[in-house]
Design a binder for this molecule. Structure first.
Ligand code: A3P
Length: 284
């Protein structure tokens, strides 16, 4: 049985989070103009994006990604491990966060720091989360996918509702310091997405350097990289053997949802995401 604490309507698993750090992240953490933040709802392809951003930084040289754990290269702002690393780090920083918009460090909104927000079909986010979180102490053990779908639709999961998270962050669309990416586009056109990220970060890579970024951020390469595949994660969080690199495809939800579950999900999606332009969400 996992224990949560609630902060501003959002559930945080007590095993990895502390209320004081969530509060300090929002109110006191200083984001600087030269910082880059990767933001997502969990299971949207966050670690893939971190790997790409790190490789862009080193122009494709894999030394950094193969010698330092992924959570220390781009630490999570709101975690007990990440927060102290970040406040003690000088110079431009990479950092990651799953915080919803309303809990994000206030200082960001006065800065020129860059945010890359990655979205993914919430049905795939859900299935990925079911298999991942179900093997951790981060959530109660869902008896079935059906139960997990109920929790997901109600937002009764760590970091709250996908719908609220996405609505909140999409309000940043159109800002110069905000880049919106999707897992689906990243799968379909990885090279093009990497180029987009380079442009946004003001980095110029040669074609052969780009090839290296592609090579070392591939599903297979990340699966084999113990600094990135979560095999080093602390054992008290894991119940059943934890796999980050599960399938790495778009549309796996179709293998898991029943017709009724898919219809229920569609209905909630239409209601909660009404008002966004058609075509913004690149999944079917
Ligand atoms: P699946 O469980 O659907 O396989 P996050 O990093 O936000 O926790 O997201 C994890 C999801 O991203 C997992 O999805 C994982 O397989 C996928 N992923 C991680 N690295 C990837 C890569 N290099 N290429 C494709 N998918 C990747």
């Amino acid at each position: 049985m996992s224990a949560y604490f609630w902060f501003e309507g959002i559930a945080f698993p007590a095993i990895v989070y502390k209320r004081e750090i969530i509060e300090e992240s929002r109110d006191k953490f200083v984001i600087r103009d030269e910082d880059t933040v990767i933001v997502s709802y969990p299971k949207s392809g966050t670690n893939w994006l971190i790997e790409i951003v790190c490789l862009i930084q080193t122009k494709g040289n894999p030394k950094w990604i193969q010698s330092v754990p992924i959570w220390d290269r781009s630490p999570w702002i709101e975690t007990q491990r990440g927060f102290p690393i970040l406040i003690n780090k000088e110079g431009p920083r990479f950092m990651t966060s799953h915080l919803p918009f309303h809990l994000f460090p206030k200082s960001f909104f006065r800065s020129k720091a860059k945010v890359i927000y990655i979205i993914r079909n919430p049905r795939d986010v859900l299935v990925s989360g079911y298999f991942f979180q179900g093997n951790t102490n981060l959530v109660d053990n869902p008896e079935s996918l059906r139960t997990y779908i109920e929790w997901f639709l109600k937002g009764n999961l760590p970091y709250g509702s996908w719908f609220e998270h996405t609505r909140g962050w999409l309000s940043m669309r159109g800002n110069d310091n905000f880049l919106l990416l999707s897992y689906e586009d990243m799968k379909k056109n990885t090279r093009g997405t990497i180029e987009k990220i380079c442009d946004f970060l003001g980095k110029k890579l040669e074609p052969d350097e780009l090839d290296l970024v592609l090579k070392y951020s591939s599903f297979q390469a990340m699966k084999e990289n113990k600094m990135s595949n979560f095999s080093l994660i602390s054992e008290d969080i894991i119940t059943n053997g934890l796999v980050l690199m599960r399938k790495g495809v778009a549309g796996d939800w179709k293998n898991h949802f029943t017709v009724t579950e898919a219809e229920t999900f569609d209905k909630v999606f239409q209601e909660k995401m009404a008002g966004f332009p058609p075509g913004l969400f690149p999944w079917k």
